[in-house]
Design a protein around this ligand. Structure first.
Ligand code: TXA
Ligand code: MG
Length: 350
């Protein structure tokens, strides 16, 4: 049985946090909210506990985990040859949604890093995550708390949907604020963003002007080995998703036409849209429209994205048609990245 404890993020209950910390210290699995998505935590230095994470998620052991720490002082024990820029980035963006890939120290088990000689580390900003890390006084390895290849969980209900009965405890701190996973920045090579997130390339370039975004075509082959979370299908809903790119108006018209045609063929169709998009075919009972928010507010769009994908799956739609939320900078890069991966190549240029 999986225990669920509702915890007030503005004032985390000390008994609940102590209980969760004790479970982690003895090798158990605890899901907890971070500012990005819910994580599935285990004692990072306990190989047995780490193996339980992979079992619970059905995750291949070739996919390395992020280690969550409470303070910058914990970094020295886990990483070696830490470049000076890592400290500059830490002081700017930690706690927060930035994960740094560094050379690993021998204390980090191979199970955590999937045998790589590097380790991914971050300090999460969510008050429940912070309280838990303070109480455990151990580093906590935590992937997103979803079954492998499902969208990351942004609510405790998503965690339970995927992992009920497979983990010991869920700390329910309500919906997460950011909604897409942390930025993963590799500092063991020329600095490269392996996964875009809320700490944007522009923000990173204030410290590392030469930082680059890993390009998609590279992600398909070599980078997929280096950071398997880059594999396509990683963020996918069950129903095949097609991504429509182009101007808002052209995209909405094309989605409307394609949705109409699919409904006419007897299919149940989900649409990922912005608040202002208009779909004349909307009246159909086989059409399910998830409106993520105003096109102008990408923070809200990102926060609602995975919940919308999961809701459409719960409605057993046969296919999902998603609009693009692109502008060249900021959070749209992360949103577009997740939508493209979910689309796994099904992209229509409207
Ligand atoms: O926001 C987040 O990062 C959430 C919360 C819970 O912290 N965690 C998360 O973990 O998204 P996960 O396991 O779902 O994604 C971790 C990503 C994967 O793409 C993985 O391949 C990459 O980080 N990664 C982990 N260790 C790595 C390493 N040593 N080198 C390169 N990539 C690594
Ligand atoms: Mg994940």
């Amino acid at each position: 049985m999986t225990e669920v404890l509702v915890v007030d993020a503005s004032d985390p209950d000390r008994a609940a946090i102590a209980h969760a910390a004790a479970i982690l210290r003895r090798g158990g699995l605890v899901a907890f909210p971070t500012e990005t998505v819910y994580g599935l935590g285990a004692h990072a230095l306990d190989r047995h506990a780490i193996r339980r994470i992979f079992e619970a998620k059905g995750r291949p052991s070739s996919d390395p985990l992020i280690v969550h720490i409470h303070g910058i002082a914990d970094l020295q024990a886990l990483a070696v040859d830490i470049p000076i820029e890592a400290h500059a980035l830490a002081s700017l963006f930690w706690p927060g949604p930035l994960t740094m890939v560094l050379k690993k120290s021998p204390v980090v088990p191979d199970e955590v890093t999937a045998g790589l000689d590097t380790v991914a580390i971050r300090i999460p900003a969510h008050p429940i995550a912070q309280a838990l890390l303070a109480a455990t006084a151990i580093p906590v390895a935590a992937p997103s708390a979803n079954l492998f290849s499902r969208p990351s969980p942004t609510r405790a209900s998503h965690v339970l949907h995927d992992l009920d009965g497979r983990i010991d405890l869920v700390l329910d701190g309500g919906p997460t604020a950011v909604g897409v996973e942390s930025t993963v920045l590799d500092l063991t090579t020329a600095p490269v963003v392996l996964r875009p997130g809320a700490v944007t390339l522009e923000m990173i370039r204030t410290v590392l002007p030469g930082a680059q975004l890993r390009q998609r075509h590279e992600a398909a082959d070599s980078a997929a080995m280096k950071s398997p979370g880059l594999l396509s299908r990683h963020y996918a809903p069950r129903a095949p998703l097609t991504l429509y790119e182009g101007s808002s108006r052209a995209v909405a018209e094309r989605i409307d036409a394609d949705a109409h045609a699919a409904v006419a063929r007897g299919l149940r169709v989900g649409i990922i849209a912005a608040n202002d998009d208009r779909f004349p075919a909307e009246a159909s009972r086989a059409l399910f429209i998830e409106r993520l928010g105003s096109e102008a507010d990408l923070n809200v769009i990102a926060a609602n994205l995975y919940d919308a994908l999961r809701r459409l799956d719960d409605l057993s739609v046969d296919l999902i048609l998603a609009r693009t939320f692109s502008s060249s900078s900021g959070l749209s890069v992360a949103i577009q990245d997740r939508l493209r991966r979910a689309a796994a190549g099904r992209i229509v240029h409207a």
